[in-house]
Structures are given as C-alpha cells and as structure tokens.
Design a binder for this molecule. Structure first.
Ligand code: URA
Length: 259
C-alpha cells in the first residue's frame, strides 16, 4: 500500500470512530497522565473530605461525593468544570450545563450535547433543540417556563451514544442538579434519559406517555416525570410526532393542574 492510500485509510478509520472534528492545531495525547492541576480561583468548589487512607476513590465515588458537597447550581457547575474523572470533558469544547429558568418548576432532561451545543455551551440549540423549541411553543412554553439540561454535560466525540460508564459517572451530578432545582415536574427526552432516571430495561416506546414518580437522593418527595421521544428521533421519524404531541398535551394538562 502506498503512503497516500495508507493515510487516507487511517483518516477514514478515525472518521468511523467518531473523530470528525479538529479540536486543536497540534495533536494531544488524552491518555497521557495529566500534570498536577492548579487550584481553581473562583467560584469556590466544595471539596469532599479526603479518604483516611489517602487513596482517591474511583471516579464514580468521587463524582458522587463532589456532587453531594454542592449547595447551589453555581457550585455544581464549577464542580463539574473541575471534575477530571470523565474523559468526555477532555474532547469537548465546552461544558454544557443548563439553560432556562431554574425557578420555573419544570425541568427537561435530554441526552448529551451535539456539535452546536458543544460550540456554544448551551443545551438544545442545534436542529433538535430548534424542533423542541417549536414543539414547546405550541403548548405555550419558552425557556422562561422551564430549565433544560442533559444527562451528560459534555459532547461525546462524533455524537456517539454515551457509554453506561459515562452515564454512571454523570448521574450523581444530574441527581444533585435536580435536588437543587426541586422542580415540580420532569420531562425526560428520549430513552437514555428515561432509562437512567426511571431505571429498568424498558425502551422509550414502552416508557413514554405515562407519568411516573422518580425518587431523587436528597429530596423527601418523589417527582412526577413524563418520558417522551427525543426531538432528534422525531426529526428522523416524523410518524412518531403524533405520540409526542399527545405527551405534550399531557404535560400541558399537568402544568395547568399545578397552577
Ligand atoms: N440532544 C440532546 O440530548 N441534548 C442537547 O443538548 C442537544 C441535542
């Protein structure tokens, strides 16, 4: 094989593996041990107490301890920005935390940021976000009426699905965000968010359309949650919009009952 063919094949392989964007001018070895990071200046990041043995717990336990030590959304955002246990943060351009109104009483939870969200640092600003905005506008809701976030706050390279390990690492931060926001209702967008929060193995087709109660660590009362299709799925499968519309009407009715 000549050099040109070999290089083209290597490039094609990288694309297949999801490396579809140049992130920097020079290559960076993401598997190399990171140099000791300087202490961040502000805002103050709550630090969980070091274990007596001095040995760092695994990343999932660190995530849980770090999240539990946060007492405001600003602290949680700062803790996530400083968390080095999830390799997705190394390939993402921006942390995508949340957008909208934390006091609105309604919280929407999607899957993970895509390319546009990663570039801008806000959830649901790309094509599926635009469809979601139109759908919610049809029941009279804009971003003042809800807070929107994702299960995973960093874009997985090439928009691949997050792994179970990545979901487990990020879940304590999402649970903490919900506990801090204390929404009255949750809308879960797509199978990944629905499964992560509702548990079990049922797919979104079975889960959607029925209100269920979710127990969140740190909250005394469970929160009513409705799962529906992810807007990216609706872009690919317009026939599913009828069910999604039924879910939106169910949400609208529930919101009216809360008023
Ligand atoms: N899809 C998601 O699940 N979240 C986003 O923020 C964008 C697309």
């Amino acid at each position: 094989m000549d050099l040109r063919t070999a290089l083209t094949a290597a490039l094609r392989l990288q694309l297949e593996w999801g490396a579809d964007e140049a992130l920097a001018e020079t290559p960076h070895d993401h598997f190399a041990p990171s140099p000791a990071a300087p202490e961040p200046a502000s805002p103050a990041i709550p630090r969980p107490a070091a274990p007596a043995s001095g040995v760092l717990p695994p990343a999932a336990a660190r995530a849980a301890a770090l999240a539990a030590a946060c007492h405001s959304l600003d602290e949680l955002r700062a803790a996530l920005a400083a968390f080095d246990g999830c390799s997705l943060s190394e390939t993402a351009t921006n942390l995508v935390f949340n957008d909208g109104n934390p006091a609105a009483g309604l919280m929407l939870i999607g899957e993970a940021p895509g390319a546009e969200e990663d570039r801008i640092g806000k959830p649901f600003v790309g094509p599926s976000g635009q469809l979601l905005d139109r759908m919610l506008a049809s029941i009279g809701l804009d971003r003042d009426h809800y807070l929107i976030t994702n299960l995973i706050p960093w874009r997985p390279p090439g928009n691949r699905s997050p792994t179970d390990a990545e979901v487990m690492l990020c879940l304590p931060f999402l649970h903490r965000q919900i506990a801090l926001v204390r929404p009255k209702l949750l809308l879960l967008l797509g199978g990944l968010a629905a499964k992560a929060l509702l548990g079990g193995s049922a797919g979104i087709t079975r889960l959607r359309g029925t209100w269920r109660e979710i127990e969140i660590p740190g909250l005394l009362a469970p929160i009513p949650a409705l799962a529906t299709y992810h807007p990216a799925y609706l872009l690919r499968t317009p026939g599913a919009k009828r069910d999604a519309w039924a879910d939106l009407l169910s949400l609208r009715r529930r919101l009216e009952r809360q008023d």
